[in-house]
Design a protein around this ligand. Structure first.
Ligand SMILES: *Cc1c(COP(=O)(O)O)cnc(C)c1O
Length: 434
């Protein structure tokens, strides 16, 4: 499979190069040259396939012969090596729980697939590879766990001191081995600036092979299709009608993967983009005018995005036909107040504990179902409630139970190197400490 740069269609590369490079010229995103249809028999009989087989069928056309099929089978098996259950919340709404992986968030799936592909592609390199990433919380943990103990790869994560939650901090800082966590005296923007400077520093790049584990990388984006199939496999065993699928959205990578699977033959009656108070896309759907905004802080902080980078892929998928996009996708904006009320209400009425991102999805789904009462569907549960204990416990007036795996993690020691937000300290660390 070839991938073309959305900013310059003449730049075409294969899966290996797209995985290593991340993005193309002018920061353009890569997009698959053709959309391979699922085999009809496969889609009709999903319930007869294991999750590993589904994952392999989903990914093989995108990788082609660039990874031998036996190795790709191992990679996808490790990618989906935890439970992904579809649970019923009420008669109309179910939830796909994507938070049973190592960092309790759906980003584990993309990060696990990408890290293993990258490791395969770089195994014959002489130099060690350094993955450099800035995080505001969830991405860093998923990337750290994805690359943990992967040979030939060092990971350096920059995070803003005192601005990530206690669970998120432990997920970044307690691993050790090939993972280094740098605690930056500054904001997330400072972290991102430091990473940018490192990528353009000649001396660093002459000594280290730097790469980013950016969320727009095709090797993180494409495997997200897998769990839409795993959801459908469970859905068709209980329902005749096609599901409405509602996705809590920030950068729009997740929903775009679902739409891609739909174009390949996965049945869905409708998609909903559930946004928080950052409502660039809901506005676009009413005005047809895309107007990027500065992101504002909300309870569902992983969706605080004012200029969603993956939305261009959604448009590309639909051939830039606004009416077609609108017929398939609805978008809603849910503010923090409504998010909190939704967490309280769903707990009281159905005994299910949502966290803020999934609550935004639940509230959006309810709005859609009010207008379309004969439909049913599922939301994607993108994080475990323990990752957002303050908001959740305040909404349900109850302490939430901490999973065993997390109790172990919280006991571990935090290992970090504290640096200032000027570049010199990062430079010294990269050149001399790893
Ligand atoms: C990253 C993230 C999202 C948003 O996903 P996108 O692919 O950026 O739209 C939603 N929920 C959680 C918990 C996340 O970590």
């Amino acid at each position: 499979m070839k991938y073309y740069n959305l900013k310059d269609h003449l730049e075409k590369i294969n899966f290996r190069e797209a995985t290593i490079k991340g993005q193309g010229k002018e920061k353009g995103l890569f997009f698959p040259e053709n959309i391979p249809r699922f085999n009809e028999e496969f889609i009709q009989n999903l319930h007869q396939y294991s999750n590993e087989e589904i994952a392999y069928q989903c990914m093989k056309d995108f990788v082609g012969d660039e990874i031998p099929s036996e190795i790709l089978k191992e990679i996808v098996a490790e990618t989906v090596s935890f439970e992904i259950p579809l649970e019923k919340i009420n008669e109309q709404i179910s939830i796909l729980e994507l938070f049973h992986g190592p960092t309790l968030a759906f980003k584990d799936i993309g990060a696990r697939f990408m890290s293993r592909c990258l490791s395969y592609f770089l195994k014959d390199q002489q130099k060690k590879v350094t993955v450099l990433v800035a995080t505001s919380g969830d991405t860093g943990g998923a990337v750290a766990h994805g690359f943990y103990k992967i040979p030939q790869i060092n990971v350096v994560i920059l995070y803003p001191k005192n601005r990530v939650s206690p669970v998120q901090e432990k997920q970044l800082t307690a691993l050790g081995e090939n993972i280094s966590a740098l605690e930056v005296n500054g904001s997330f923007d400072d972290c991102q600036n430091l990473v940018k400077q490192a990528f353009s520093d000649e001396e660093i790049n002459s000594q280290l092979f730097l790469t980013s584990a950016n969320s727009i990388n095709v090797a993180r984006w494409l495997p997200q299709q897998i769990y839409y199939l795993i959801a459908l496999k469970q859905w068709i065993q209980q329902h005749k009608e096609h599901p409405v699928i509602c996705v809590p959205s920030g950068n729009f990578g997740n929903i775009c993967a679902g739409l891609l699977a739909h174009f390949r033959g996965l049945s869905a009656s409708h998609f909903i983009a559930a946004c928080n108070a950052n409502h660039v896309i809901p506005d676009y759907f009413t005005t047809q005018n895309y107007q990027p905004q500065k992101a504002i802080a909300t309870l569902s902080n992983a969706m605080d995005v004012g200029d969603p980078s993956n939305f261009v892929r959604v448009l590309e998928l639909f051939g830039h036909q606004f009416e077609t996009v609108k017929n398939k996708i609805s978008a809603y904006s849910i503010d923090d107040d409504e998010t909190m009320k939704t967490i309280s209400k769903v707990y009281e009425k159905y005994g299910y504990i949502l966290e803020p991102h999934s609550a935004v999805a639940f509230a959006s789904m309810e709005k859609y179902l009010q207008e379309n009462p004969d439909q049913k569907g599922f939301i994607l549960g993108t994080a475990h409630p323990v990752k957002f204990p303050d908001a959740v416990e305040k909404a349900i007036h109850t302490q939430i139970e901490i999973p065993e795996s997390l109790k172990e993690l919280m006991k571990k020691e935090k290992k970090t190197v504290e640096i200032n937000s000027d570049f010199e300290e990062l430079r010294r660390f990269l050149l001399h400490k790893i």
